[in-house]
Structure formats: C-alpha cells, structure tokens
Design a protein around this ligand. Structure first.
Ligand code: SF4
Ligand code: SF4
Length: 162
C-alpha cells in the first residue's frame, strides 16, 4: 500500500462548516471546538506562523467552509490554520482509497468513500457500472478483491492507500 498524500486542494474542508463548530474561546488564538461528524471535541490553537493573516472573527469565507480553513495561499494551496491541533478525524482523513492508472500509467480515476468512482475514462466508467457495481458490497474486503482483479484483467493499475 502507498501512503496517501494530501494535495491541499481544500475540498474536504470546504464542506465542513456544517460539522466543525467553535463552541468557546480560550484566548485570542485558542478555541474549544467540536467536530460533529466524528463527535469529537478538540482544542484548536491557530499556528503561530498564521496568526498575522488569520482571524476567525474577520473571515469572509463561505459559511460552508470549516472556520479554520485559510484562503488560498500564493502556491494555490488551502491550509488549515490549526493543523497541529486539528481533530483526529481530520488527521486521519483520506479523500480517496485507491488511485487508478491505465496501462500507460496515466491517471484514470480514483475511488472515494467506500466505492465511488471519480473518473473521466469512459472505458473505466463502463467497467465500473456494468461489472464492479454488480458485485455484492456487504463484504467490503471481498468487493475490493473482486474490483482489483477485474481492473487488473482490464489492464488498469491500482494504488491503494493505507
Ligand atoms: S484530503 Fe483530499 S480533498 Fe481534502 S484537502 Fe487533501 S487532497 Fe483535498
Ligand atoms: S480543522 Fe483543519 S483540517 Fe479539519 S476540517 Fe477544519 S480546516 Fe480542515
């Protein structure tokens, strides 16, 4: 298995405003917060290097965003202002469980959640819809094995993230 590498696209955090709520202030850069999806209370501290640029009270970012997601930086990345003290849900989060490459090792798609294919490769989408989604999914490890063997048979290469 490969190690999952977050590309800092920020997409996952852009939908977390519904779930990440600040419930208390413990100082200008220290908070009590809850991640309601994970039912996790955490104590975020704005990282020192971001304190001049980030204030939860002066934000104009969409309400759908997590209150700790910073605006895009000059490299095009979206960073978490409280990265070191983010909840364990965020630290463990992987937005994709497999990446799929075609026979020429070109990116063909990825699997998100349990079994959702994100791809623009029409051949791959057909295999997914006509074969892979017909396999029973109640036993997820059996489903993964069947999926991997079907894609290998069709000359796709999978990279699984641990
Ligand atoms: S975990 Fe995935 S969706 Fe979230 S920022 Fe990283 S690459 Fe983007
Ligand atoms: S706490 Fe940080 S990593 Fe977690 S959702 Fe908010 S911005 Fe994203």
């Amino acid at each position: 298995m490969a190690e999952f590498v977050c590309t800092l696209c920020g997409r996952c955090c852009m939908g977390m405003g519904r779930y990440v709520k600040i419930t208390g202030h413990m100082g200008p850069d220290r908070f009590v917060a809850v991640h309601e999806l994970a039912n996790e209370v955490f104590y975020p501290v704005v990282m020192r290097k971001y304190r001049d640029d980030f204030s939860v009270d002066e934000r104009e970012t969409p309400k759908e965003w997590c209150p700790f997601l910073m605006d895009k930086d000059e490299s095009g990345n979206y960073l978490c202002a409280v990265h070191d003290t983010a909840p364990s849900f965020c630290k463990k989060f992987k937005c994709c469980i497999f990446k799929i490459f075609d026979r020429n090792k070109n990116y063909a798609g990825e699997v998100k959640g349990k079994s959702t294919l994100i791809s623009k490769d029409e051949n791959l989408k057909n295999i997914w819809n006509e074969d892979i989604m017909t396999y029973p999914i109640d036993d997820i490890s059996a489903w993964k094995k069947n999926m991997q063997s079907k894609l290998a048979e069709k000359n796709y290469i999978l990279e699984e993230y641990d």
